[in-house]
Design a protein around this ligand. Structure first.
Ligand code: BGC
Length: 514
């Protein structure tokens, strides 16, 4: 395969590697893990705007929706309806906590397999649902699946990828998420036109397809060298490293992995350890990055775009079509990140994307405010409605090359092995918690905060952009096990990293700190 590379980052070690087909194929399959998450994100919004579905399970909301004279902002406000969407994320939150142990003890691939399996069972419950209980049990099972997959896939991709291309490979997860969303919106578009209950059943039931894809994918995937070493299979790990890096000269990288593993074995309590001062940057980042990612307000669009478009006066079909368009834009724009993240770095994308989202959110809020006012009555012309859709696309594009992929990439690449599973579990559970909150509260917030809701999210975009500017050092091209040097050089985080930590391992550090 293609010629060899040596990573060129000053101050950090350089490893040899070639881009092998094997690393591409395994990461491609690994990224399937994003499909189940994406399919679900995309399917719920459309299903909750389908009349037969509402009639069957939420007759009260259906009646309210039919009542055209009511306040537009409050058309869909129902806690039970939002519980349908959000229950999944509570389950994902809980499962990601114990998925971290499975990921560490049995390897990344078995976590993915389990994720696919529970998701599969959940899709059957939903597709055949006869009552709300079946619907909710299905959602919870799907949530368990998502928790397992989101815990293991980003770590899998970051560990498999050569350091210089880690950003691009890891972004495959986000590409798969958005692909799942787009496929779901296309399916919804067609099933919404079917008569009776068959449409929503197909939409929910087809979740079994990405589930089967991950299960099969997980069975054929090799485990990462890091995970093999962590579980005591050093010989296999070295062979794996040689085959994915396309060269026999992997001694330096292999030694770093062995050292990292030795150090991590001395650490008995990853959960307690992550609270030590020397891991403060990782702890803060793995809490704040997912929190901010959700406070961009992206899931207002992901879950409720069809509902939002109906609120804006679009017909049901036009709403689903517009949701499809925003999804396709998001997918295309995610590739901008894939191709630039390792060249321009994480910070540039975060900052540029933040500013773009901010401007478009303010414009959307202002336009809706002018058209519907505080009372939420009035009509919006075709031209204005199209302009709002265009602004939403600009906003989604900004998210697609910044907080979307980087919200998963950065937390998965900044933690040393001894705290990696715990850090990723925090990342997933914080993300799921705020996904749940936004999903649960959005329709009520829209009803009460009206167009001000867009300014509310814009405020957080300002905060997160300042946060990145001041607190996140650039991590592009830095091998994961060498990340301490980056923190040490940072104006703020440097004080938490003892000088020796840059060269010394966790075990020695821990002995020093007791
Ligand atoms: C986020 C999701 C979001 C999706 C698509 C992901 O990175 O975690 O909450 O729905 O991107 O926009």
């Amino acid at each position: 395969m293609a010629g060899g590379f040596v990573s060129q980052t000053p101050g950090v070690r350089n490893y040899n590697y070639k881009l092998t087909p094997k690393v591409f194929v395994t990461c491609f399959i690994g990224a399937f893990g994003g499909l189940i998450f994406g399919y679900d994100l995309g399917i719920s919004g459309g299903v909750t705007s389908m009349e037969p579905f509402l009639e069957e399970f939420f007759p009260y909301v259906h009646k309210k929706m039919k009542n055209a004279h009511e306040n537009e902002y409050c058309r869909f406000d129902s806690q039970l309806l939002t519980l349908f969407t959000s229950s999944l994320y509570v389950a994902a939150l809980i499962s990601s906590l114990f998925a971290s142990t499975i990921t560490r003890v049995f390897g990344r691939k078995w976590s993915m397999f389990l994720g696919g399996f529970t998701f599969f069972i959940g899709s059957a419950f939903n597709g055949f649902a006869q009552n709300i209980a079946m619907l909710l049990i299905g959602r919870i099972l799907l949530g368990f699946g998502v928790g397992f997959a989101n815990q293991s896939v980003p770590v899998y991709l970051s560990e498999m990828a050569p350091p210089n291309l880690r950003g691009a490979f890891n972004n495959g997860f986000q590409v798969a998420i958005i692909f799942g969303i787009v496929v779901a919106t296309i399916i919804n578009y067609f099933t919404a036109q079917m008569k009776g209950n068959i449409g929503w059943r197909i939409s929910l039931g087809l979740a079994c397809v990405p589930a089967v894809m991950i299960m099969i994918g997980a069975l054929i995937l090799p485990d990462t060298p890091n995970s093999l070493i962590e579980r005591g299979y050093s010989e296999e790990a070295k062979k794996m490293l040689q085959s994915i890096r396309g060269t026999d000269e992997v001694d330096e990288e292999f030694q770093d992995l062995i050292d990292a593993s030795e150090e991590s074995k001395q650490v008995k309590h990853p959960w307690r350890n992550i609270l030590l001062p020397r891991y403060r940057p990782q702890l803060i980042m793995t809490c704040f990055i997912p929190f901010f990612q959700q406070l961009t307000g992206i899931n207002v669009i992901t879950f409720y775009a069809p509902v939002l478009f109906q609120t804006l006066g679009f017909g049901s079909k036009a709403s689903l079509l517009s949701a499809m368009v925003t999804g396709i834009i998001e997918l295309l724009c995610t590739f901008v990140s894939v191709f630039t993240v390792d060249r321009f770095g994480r910070r540039v994308l975060f900052l540029q994307g933040g500013i773009q989202m901010l401007i478009s959110q303010i414009a959307i809020g202002a336009m809706i405010g002018v058209k519907f006012g505080v009372a939420g009555t009035g009509n919006i012309g075709k031209g204005d409605a199209n302009l709002i859709v265009a602004l939403i696309c600009i906003y989604v594009a900004g998210f697609a090359w910044s907080w979307g992929p980087l919200g998963w990439l950065v937390p998965s690449e900044i933690s040393p092995l001894e705290i990696r599973s715990a850090a990723q579990a925090i990342n997933v559970s914080v993300n799921m918690f705020f996904t749940f909150l936004v999903a649960q509260l959005f329709l009520t917030m829209l009803c009460h905060m009206k167009f001000g809701l867009f300014f509310f999210f814009a405020f957080f975009v300002v905060l997160m952009t300042i946060f990145i500017y001041l607190m996140l050092p650039e991590t592009k091209n830095v091998p994961i096990e060498e990340m301490n040097r980056v923190w040490k050089a940072h104006w703020f985080w440097g004080r938490f990293i003892p000088d020796e930590a840059v060269n010394m391992g966790a075990a020695e550090m821990q002995q020093k700190s007791v």
